[in-house]
Design a protein around this ligand. Structure first.
Ligand SMILES: [Zn+2]
Length: 298
């Protein structure tokens, strides 16, 4: 039944997709979908149809303000490389992180005013307009939910709602807005949340995406956790389990008082008895004494 339902969904999406892309043979595409991972193919297919559906706003830089993003979040790629946003060696002059007492939410790549800027992936141009600070800016929304932002441009090569491919010309780099010298300020956002681009991509001549599936923890979205002057140590998290295990848990100490039981202590601290026992290497029936120190991990 489930299979039948997804098949119907695929066929419905295919009709829409075929209407949009008249050169596509729906039968051939159906076989392609069917012979690979149905769920993934169907997901990317519907995403392709959907990226303009919600929060498609040309005037607001972050239209996702009301959206709650839960961590760790998964970012998936269909390619193993990105297209370099500039046509020469990438020299990173300032990194994602804390800078002069403020959050620097992107990375700066050196260029000469007039150098061409290219889209890193296929997508649709959500914004191509002047914003305070960023100057002339192009924002491209991609099919995996990411948006890439190309700021301080001197000239636009696209307009809003243009469909672009990986490597499409977007405009020329420059020094517009609040920029000290010409450079590309590149931001990678997921639903309005900036991610340290170096966590996802290697900024060298190979243009590698670190993995086809990357799990992003809050740390990789907080500029304060990084320094704009040096690259953070990067160990990509490839599964949800790895991402959860990487989270540093908060620990505190509880001093046992008169009348305390493990049950009472766990309730007071909003944790389970099992967790309390595990962290302290004790058993449920262990005797605890007044003044004993127990570690509480949340
Ligand atoms: Zn910058």
């Amino acid at each position: 039944m489930k299979l039948l339902f997804s098949s119907i969904l695929i066929l419905l999406s295919l009709n829409l997709y075929a209407q949009k892309h008249k050169n596509l043979n729906p039968v051939a595409y159906y076989i392609l979908v069917d012979s690979t991972n149905t769920k993934t193919s169907n997901d990317s297919l519907s995403l392709e149809l959907d990226i303009k559906k919600d929060f498609w706003n040309h005037t607001v830089y972050n239209p996702y303000k009301e959206v709650t993003v839960t961590f760790p979040l998964k970012i998936a790629f269909t390619d193993s490389t990105y297209f370099s946003p500039i046509g020469k060696d990438k020299v990173v002059t300032s990194r994602y992180g804390w800078r002069r007492g403020r959050a620097h939410n992107g990375i700066d790549i050196d260029l000469i005013t007039g150098d061409s800027i290219f889209s890193m992936f296929d997508g649709i141009v959500r914004m191509a307009r002047y914003t305070r600070g960023h100057g002339r800016t192009v924002v491209v929304r991609h099919y995996n939910g990411l948006e890439t932002v190309y700021a301080h441009l001197s000239k636009y090569g696209v307009k809003e709602n243009d469909t672009v491919s990986r490597g499409s010309y977007l405009g020329k780099g420059g020094v517009s807005g609040n920029a000290r010298g010409s450079h590309l300020h590149l931001v990678v956002n997921y639903k309005g949340i900036p991610i340290n681009p170096e966590y996802l991509f290697e900024f060298n001549e190979e243009n590698k995406i670190r993995s086809s599936e990357l799990w992003v923890t809050k740390k990789w979205t907080q500029a304060i956790a990084h320094n704009s002057k040096r690259q953070s140590k990067i160990k990509p998290l490839l599964t949800e389990e790895e991402a959860i295990a990487s989270l540093v848990k908060e620990r505190s100490v509880y001093i046992v008082k008169s009348g305390d039981t493990l049950s009472r202590i766990s309730k007071l601290n909003n944790i389970t008895i099992a967790s309390l026992c595990k962290v302290n290497a004790i058993k449920r029936n262990s005797v605890i004494r007044i003044g004993q120190k127990l570690v509480i991990e949340k």
